[in-house]
Structures are given as structure tokens and as C-alpha cells.
Design a protein around this ligand. Structure first.
Ligand code: XMP
Length: 328
């Protein structure tokens, strides 16, 4: 049987005990596979790469080198969280690469969605390969491949347009969660001590806020999106039952607003931000949950008061189909 096929006898990992068994078995296998060699891992802070990092830290400690590339399109606080959890709490060997200018310079003026994705994907690979070439003695490449990636996309991370890896690096792959479904990866992550905000985080596109900053990305509009998105996630996240995915998008148009200077109203042009929340099982179709109007008003007030350049807050009630979940 192919090692990429999940044996029918494999129990669904849905309890801490089963997660511990899986972790113990993987730690043994990883040590046997890797020996005293080094493993390189692109650590985005997403569930899959984070769980793989935590497993490898447990198995081989400092023989793991994590590279976290900040492409400037992460959500508020994400790079800081990766550094705090992995470098400070888990003691990982973590290289943080601030590539924000490189990505945003390359994206300047590019408005076509697929071109934006391609640029982000290509620079990601370039940056990662440059870091890899600076290191010596790396023989393995860790990857957060999970079972649906194998079933749906021949082992390439589904939707993962920025995670493709440099082909010329010639590493042997280490994919400890490749037979697990997403819910199992989360149970294992929790058992490994990762914070809930990492283990249960919402799906987030590989090209990040790049697909939500509609049209050509500018730094100021991207910053407004990041701030507004943090407010939306905080407020909707307080609901007793949170939607499957909730976030903000920022279209590339401006509309008229009014601000008062010395008691006199002045018209000015500003951005609109769009609040999006959906429920779905498989992201193929999606419905829009009811959000209490008071929560929407709090979001509106906080965004208008705190996010420079935004003068309008919209609530997207479109379902999938016909609308996609993301705006690009
Ligand atoms: P759409 O917009 O196609 O999104 O209805 C369906 C789900 O996929 C996520 N998504 C992406 N994930 N890279 C990713 O890793 C992407 O380019 C991408 N585009 C969409 C989206 O957030 C939703 O959960």
C-alpha cells in the first residue's frame, strides 16, 4: 500500500489520549528518519505548519530550523504571535524574515487577482530559497501536508498558492501529519500545547490580506484593512457561537464622507470596508449567519473612530453561490 494512503484501520484522532499516542509514535519515527541531520520548515503560523513545527521541536529540538516569512499580508499580530510561541515559549530555532517591502514593492500597481497571487507565490519561494541557501547541513524539508491535500491536489497544499517549495533545493520531505484530517491536526496541536488562537484559527488564504485588499494594494489601504479586520475578528469572536469564517475586505473605491472641523462639516473621500461572515461545511457553498445589529453597530463605531481613511462600513449578505467567500 502507498505510504500516502491512510490505512482503513487507522482510528480517527479525536481524544487527547489518541493524540498523545500519535505524538509518541511520530516522535520515534521522526527521530529514526532524521537522525542527527537538520530539517528546514516554512512556518506561516497556520494550523498545519505550526503543528508540524511543534512535533519536530519535540522530536529533534534545535535540529529544526523554522523560517517565518513576513510578506506584509498577515493579519494584525500574527508575526509577533509566531515569534512569541515558537521562539520564546517553545525555544525553536526560528529565522524571522521581514520581506514586507519586497512583496509590497513588487505588488505596487498590480490589480489583476491572479497576477497578485503569482507575484506573492514567486517571491515567497525566492525568499525561502535564499534563506535555505544560507544554511548549511540541511537535508530535510518539513511540510504541513495534510490528508485532504493528498486526496485533492496530489500532495500540494490545497489552495496554497504561496506554499510551493523550491524545486532545486533537493531535500527529502518530512510530512508527519500527511495522513491526518484537519480536525485531527487540531487535536494533536492542542495536545502539543499550542494556543487555541493558533489551533482553532479560521481558514486564511496563503496570499493573506492580499486577496482582501481588492485591486492594486497600497500600503495605507492595506493598513486600514488590517486594523478594521482586527476589530471585526475581535467583536464577532465574542459571540456565543462564532461563524465559520469572518473577516474584512476593502474594495478599491472611495466614496464621500463628512467630517467636522471647528463645528463645520467638510466633505472628503474615504474607503469603505466590508464585513464578511459565513457559515459553511466545506467552503463549496456558504450561508450568511445573522449577526446582532448591536454588534454590527459596535464594529462600525470602532472602525470609523480608529481606522484612518475609512468613512463607510458595509455588511456583505451575499451567499455562495453566487458570491465567493473571498472578494478576490
Ligand atoms: P472562495 O473565495 O473560493 O473561498 O469561496 C473558499 C475558501 O478558501 C479560502 N481561500 C483560499 N485559501 N489560498 C488559500 O489558502 C487562496 O488563495 C484562497 N482563496 C480562498 C477562503 O478563505 C475560503 O475559506
Amino acid at each position: 500500500m502507498s505510504e500516502n494512503l491512510r490505512p482503513e484501520s487507522m482510528a480517527r484522532i479525536n481524544t487527547p489520549e489518541l493524540a498523545r499516542e500519535f505524538i509518541d509514535a511520530q516522535v520515534k519515527e521522526l527521530r529514526a528518519q532524521i537522525g542527527d541531520k537538520k530539517v528546514l520548515l516554512a512556518l506561516s503560523g497556520g494550523v498545519d505548519s505550526s503543528v508540524v513545527a511543534a512535533l519536530l521541536i519535540k522530536a529533534i529540538g534545535q535540529q529544526l530550523v523554522c523560517v517565518h516569512v513576513n510578506h506584509g499580508l498577515l493579519r494584525k499580530g500574527e508575526p509577533e504571535q509566531v515569534i512569541r510561541v515558537f521562539r520564546e515559549e517553545l525555544g525553536a530555532n526560528l529565522i524571522y524574515v521581514d520581506a514586507v517591502d519586497r512583496f509590497l514593492d513588487a505588488l505596487a500597481g498590480v490589480s489583476e487577482p491572479e497576477s497578485k497571487r503569482k507575484i506573492i507565490g514567486k517571491i515567497f519561494i525566492d525568499v525561502f530559497a535564499e534563506e535555505a541557501k544560507k544554511l548549511e547541513g540541511i537535508e530535510f524539508l518539513g511540510q504541513g501536508t495534510i490528508y485532504p491535500d493528498i486526496l485533492e491536489s496530489k500532495g500540494v497544499k490545497a489552495h496554497h498558492n504561496v506554499g510551493g517549495l523550491p524545486e532545486d533545493l533537493n531535500f527529502e520531505l518530512v510530512e508527519p501529519v500527511k495522513l491526518l484530517y484537519k480536525d485531527e491536526v487540531r487535536v494533536v496541536g492542542k495536545e502539543l500545547g499550542l494556543p487555541d488562537s493558533m489551533v482553532f484559527r479560521q481558514p486564511f488564504p496563503g496570499p493573506g490580506l492580499g486577496v482582501r485588499c481588492v485591486g492594486a494594494i497600497t500600503r495605507d489601504r492595506l493598513e486600514a484593512l488590517r486594523e478594521a479586520d482586527a476589530i471585526v475578528r475581535e467583536e464577532i469572536g465574542k459571540l456565543p457561537v462564532v461563524p465559520w469564517q469572518y473577516f474584512c475586505a476593502i474594495p478599491d473605491f472611495i466614496s464621500t464622507g463628512i467630517k467636522y472641523v471647528d463645528g463645520k462639516g467638510e466633505r472628503y473621500m474615504g474607503w469603505a470596508v466590508v464585513v464578511r461572515a459565513v457559515n459553511t461545511v466545506d467552503a463549496v457553498t456558504a450561508t450568511v449567519p445573522e449577526i446582532p445589529f448591536s454588534v454590527l453597530c459596535t464594529i462600525r463605531d470602532r472602525i470609523i473612530a480608529n481606522v484612518p481613511g475609512v468613512n463607510r462600513v458595509l455588511w456583505d449578505i451575499s451567499e455562495k453561490p453566487v458570491s465567493t467567500i473571498e472578494w478576490e
